[in-house]
Design a protein around this ligand. Structure first.
Ligand code: 5AD
Ligand code: SF4
Length: 489
């Protein structure tokens, strides 16, 4: 299938038109209720979803909704995650609670979108058990949220689709509007976005994943890999910088394979080189890097750059070559170790973090010994450790599962080891004076500010809130767990 990488201007225009139509519905609401309708978006899961939520919020705010921090709103959007089963269960639990708000406010609109709703089985479950949901849309078509809200407000009896093509994009199930998760994979740029932070932002550089790791549902719910046009990415970043952003996080499921499917292919390292030249941009982060695609060119660029942060998230998943093969990760223990240790050697002040899954089908204590061996050798600065979660439709779901009690025991061993290496690493910064991007007033103690070092370590220190969004030098005085208490210098 051919994928679009350029902005689809027709779709962009159409969606601006729907924002206008939705505005009319909002004005009608204001006339009838003498108040502005409120909206609340709840994000589950990864950075990709966080960025999608900013897009959703941008659109509904442009249509006239007012954002509130409560689910007792006139519009609630759940942007869901399905990477592990507990994420799905959390959403079902929360939906139950939402129904009580809807009973009190029957005009309330409930929208479900994100990875969960790309699964047919989820859609069927919503149709039968959560009939009060108004709109279900997936991940590929969140840019259509104004269109679907507009259609939902005027109701199925009053709406006649403008053309046949449009009619095929969704269907009604009673009063629930379900958007067809078509895989045309349009990229639609330039719609309104409401950023959570003024000084930093995520920037999608690609969507989807082609890797089909045998445990993972992402390729099924986010579709095949599509890279955005580099010119569009650069233009977006320049605009962000002009708006006051000094840090960007380039987002993609596997950023190291960026650009391969473009008409004029370019490498991720080359994209970084171009982004680096943007004046006013101070920090560049990216995630996630698949070890199999990490190039020498990228290491070179990271090494020589002042702007690329000294942090690499490099998911290991398992240290056992046997399990890595069953996971379809396309590298083995030795290759991972060689790569990670080389990066440590070339860029000594880099932090390397990782993802680890414990309890993959067939995993034995000996396999976990191998994982622990890698953790100790690489001395990860931090790791997200996950218990394997069976995802229906993935190859691993039909393999022989490991009993729960064994998984728990092995998980604790891995966690314990990660905590030790993280302590070893954080210790090394004690006494150093390092630049910190000040992010916010500390949530627990309003006398403190919270920021991040280039290597992603969180630092809390005393300072004035006017420093938020600037880079200041802080002495790393004392570490507690995974963060530092520091002093402004
Ligand atoms: N079970 C547990 N963890 C998973 N991940 C992805 N799929 C699963 C699964 N089925 C983890 C991987 C990935 C991270 C985002 O989530 O470690 O890197
Ligand atoms: Fe999932 Fe593997 Fe793709 Fe990451 S690289 S999103 S783990 S399939």
């Amino acid at each position: 299938m051919e994928f679009e990488t350029k902005n689809n201007i027709e779709e962009e225009k159409l969606q601006f038109y729907y924002i206008e139509l939705l505005k009319e519905q909002v004005n009608k609401f204001i006339d009838e209720h003498s108040k502005v309708p409120t909206a609340h978006i709840e994000t589950f899961g990864c950075q990709m979803n966080a960025r999608d939520s900013e897009k959703l919020l941008g659109i509904v705010k442009a249509a006239g909704f007012k954002e509130i921090d409560s689910e007792n709103a006139d519009l609630v959007i759940y942007n869901t995650c399905s990477v592990r089963d507990n994420a799905n269960q959390k959403v079902y639990g929360r939906l139950g609670r939402l129904s009580t708000f809807k009973k009190k406010n029957p005009e309330m609109k409930i929208v479900l979108c994100g990875c969960m709703t790309q699964e047919e089985s989820v859609i069927e479950h919503i149709k039968t058990s959560y009939r009060f949901v108004d709109i279900v849309l997936g991940t590929h078509n969140i840019y259509k949220v104004a269109q679907l809200l507009y259609i939902s407000y005027i109701g199925k009896d009053n709406y006649s689709p403008m053309d046949e093509d449009e009619a095929g994009k969704y269907y009604w199930h009673k009063n629930m509007l379900i958007s067809h998760w078509d895989m045309t994979e349009k990229i639609v740029e330039n719609l309104p976005i409401e950023r959570k932070y003024a000084y930093k932002s995520g920037v999608n550089i690609m969507f989807g994943c082609n890797n089909f790791c045998s445990y993972c549902i992402v390729p099924y719910v986010r579709g095949r890999e599509r890279s955005r046009d580099p010119e569009e990415i650069i233009a977006e970043i320049k605009k962000l910088v002009a708006d006051g952003c000094i840090e960007i996080m380039l987002l993609g499921q596997n950023v190291n394979s960026y650009g391969k499917n473009l008409k004029n292919p370019i490498s991720f390292a080359e994209l970084l080189r171009r982004i680096e030249k943007i004046e006013g941009l101070e920090r560049i982060r990216f995630m996630t890097s698949h070890p199999k695609d990490l190039s020498d060119e990228l290491i070179e660029v990271m090494k020589s750059s002042d702007k690329i942060c000294k942090h690499l998230h490099l998911p290991l998943q398992s240290g056992s070559s046997r399990i890595l093969k069953a996971m379809n990760r396309v590298y083995d223990k030795e290759q991972y170790l060689k790569l990670a240790l080389r990066i440590r050697e070339e860029i000594p002040d880099i932090s390397i973090t990782t993802d680890i899954i414990v309890g993959f089908p067939g995993e034995t204590k000996e396999d976990v010994d191998e994982t622990i061996d890698v953790i100790e050798k690489v001395q990860f600065d931090n790791a997200f450790t996950f218990i394997y979660s069976k995802r229906t439709g993935t190859p691993a779901a039909s393999m022989e599962q490991v009993p729960e009690d064994i998984v728990k025991e092995q998980f604790d061993r891995v966690l314990d080891c990660v905590q030790k290496t993280a302590q070893n690493q954080i210790k090394k910064m004690q006494g150093l004076i390092l630049p910190v991007l000040v992010e916010e007033v500390n949530k627990q103690d309003e006398n403190l500010l919270t920021g991040r070092l280039s290597n992603n370590t969180v630092v809390h220190f005393k300072g004035d809130s006017s420093l938020i969004g600037t880079i200041v030098n802080v002495k790393c005085v004392d570490y507690k767990g995974f963060y530092y208490l520091g002093e402004l210098v």
